[in-house]
Design a protein around this ligand. Structure first.
Ligand SMILES: Nc1ncnc2c1ncn2[C@@H]1O[C@H](COP(=O)(O)OP(=O)(O)O)[C@@H](O)[C@H]1O
Ligand SMILES: [Mg+2]
Length: 249
């Protein structure tokens, strides 16, 4: 089982959109996949038309196995399950903080699912607290959407230093360009600078495309409602690149 986190401590950069589409493409390619929605805003849960249990709470994620299994829902797609978020997730950091081995709780909870899933995709909230520590410890790979502007590059650099300083045992941290507008000179410039500076930037960017925004209307991955669109092709190319890099066992 491989755990891939879509992570950034910035909001609105394309984490959820990528998590939803990559999880869908993974399931389509035959990986039994769980998309785990860790964001109390529950956007990924919304896109898959999944309703969280009314009284669901975060106990499953802190290690109560039965609670975890009971919270998992099937999606409309073969091979893809969802662990929905609900508003109680806003307290996940406090829940982790109060428990023993507080930085490993998420990883221990997810490990119990290793026989059921080939791939777990984590859709993360923009956080850098104890929940983030749990995410780093639970993940094999972090995939970070970067909008090619100067500030986003700094955020990515800060993340890399934070991970190095705190000796997180991640196999790989990669960035991919998100919401790219090639008509903007700044985007082109920042992209070429990042390719020079870092070796861990994916070659396949996701452009800004109105089809992607329609996901909120159709409540489906763009690859499901418009498989031949430029948007679907962009996520497909990113997914293929992740596979080529042998990120998934
Ligand atoms: N490539 C894109 N082109 C156009 N709109 C996008 C693109 N990626 C994301 N969006 C839109 O931007 C908003 C934020 O994206 P989202 O994936 O929810 O970000 P995050 O999870 O990082 O907060 C959403 O409304 C989404 O539809
Ligand atoms: Mg999100």
């Amino acid at each position: 089982m491989t755990t891939l986190a879509l992570y950034s401590n910035k909001g609105g950069v394309g984490k959820t959109t990528a998590a939803v589409n990559l999880a869908y493409l993974a399931a389509q390619s035959g990986y039994t996949t769980l998309l785990c929605d860790l964001d109390p805003q529950a956007a990924a849960t919304f896109y898959f038309r999944v309703k969280p249990k009314l009284k669901a709470d975060a106990r499953g994620l802190v290690g109560v196995r039965k609670e975890l299994e009971r919270s998992i829902k099937a999606s409309d797609y073969t091979g893809l399950d969802i662990l929905p978020a609900d508003f109680s997730h806003r307290n996940l950091d406090i829940t982790f903080d109060r428990s023993k081995r507080s930085r490993q709780r998420l990883g221990s909870a997810l490990k119990r699912l290793r026989r059921e899933y080939d791939l777990i995709v984590l859709d993360c909230p923009p956080t850098i607290n104890i929940l983030a520590e749990n995410i780093f410890n639970a993940s094999d790979h972090l995939l970070v959407p970067v909008i090619p502007t100067t500030l986003s590059v700094r955020t990515f650099e800060q993340l890399l230093s934070f991970l190095a300083e705190n000796k997180h045992d991640l196999k790989q941290v990669s960035a991919f360009f998100s919401m790219v507008d090639r008509r903007k000179n700044l985007h082109k410039q920042v992209m070429s600078e990042m390719y020079e500076q870092f070796s861990n930037v994916m070659q396949n960017p996701i452009p800004t495309l109105s089809q992607i925004e329609l996901m909120g209307v159709y409540r489906e991955p763009v690859s499901a409602f418009s498989p031949r669109s430029a948007a679907a092709r962009a996520y497909k190319a990113l997914w293929s690149e992740l596979k080529e890099k042998k990120m998934f066992s």
